[in-house]
Design a protein around this ligand. Structure first.
Ligand code: COA
Length: 161
């Protein structure tokens, strides 16, 4: 394991794009939520694997809010970055916007926080590098991620009873 810390910008995905076609819609002609969840998970996974340099699994999705619908013809723009890491786990924040690519208008549709764990060759959790936040926004996310982890630990204890 490397003890050398890494900045969020070293692993961030800035613009993963996905064009919505009719087979991506639900019966109300907005985008099927499970598709967007999968895109969030896949994009966040890339961040976790870039940061840790190891295969990762999703341990938890402790928050995923659909704040507005995406529609046929929209382009989903998915951004993800590592907020904070601990021994073997990392919190990745994801933001999804729906862009009308004809007009350039963009709407926020999803925010999510996912926790990934890096695995060694034998499948056990392995240490990951610390995160060194640089910008004010990264420092705020780093601090807030600490509070969310406390809640996750409480939830995990509660669920395992
Ligand atoms: C995630 C997993 C590897 C953790 O293994 P484990 O034996 O519970 O390991 P530990 O108790 O030592 O925890 C390892 C890390 O995972 C974190 N973790 C485990 N479960 C968690 C949860 N539900 N939420 C958040 N973090 C979790 C722990 O906090 C710990 O983090 P740290 O090392 O940074 O302190 C294991 O539960 C697993 O394989 N789960 C299935 C993952 C999977 O298949 N995902 C895809 C689902 S389709």
């Amino acid at each position: 394991m490397s003890e050398t810390s890494k900045a969020p910008s070293e692993s961030a995905v800035d613009q993963n794009v996905y064009k919505i076609f009719p087979n991506d819609l639900n019966s109300k002609y907005t985008v099927f939520g499970g598709l967007v969840m999968s895109l969030c998970d896949r994009t966040a996974l890339i961040v976790a694997e870039r940061h840790s340099g190891a295969p990762c699994v999703t341990a938890a999705v402790d928050s995923l809010h659909f704040v507005g619908p995406a529609r046929a013809g929209d382009t989903l723009i998915i951004r993800a970055a590592a907020n904070r890491s601990w021994r073997s786990s990392m919190e990745i924040g994801v933001h999804v916007a729906a862009e009308n690519s004809y007009t350039g208008e963009s709407r926020h549709v999803v925010s999510a926080y996912l926790t990934f764990v890096a695995l060694s060759d034998d499948g056990t959790p392995q240490p990951v590098p610390p995160i060194a936040p640089e910008t004010d926004a990264e420092k705020r996310r780093f601090k807030d991620a600490g509070q969310r982890r406390q809640q996750r630990i409480r939830d995990r204890k509660h669920k395992s009873k």
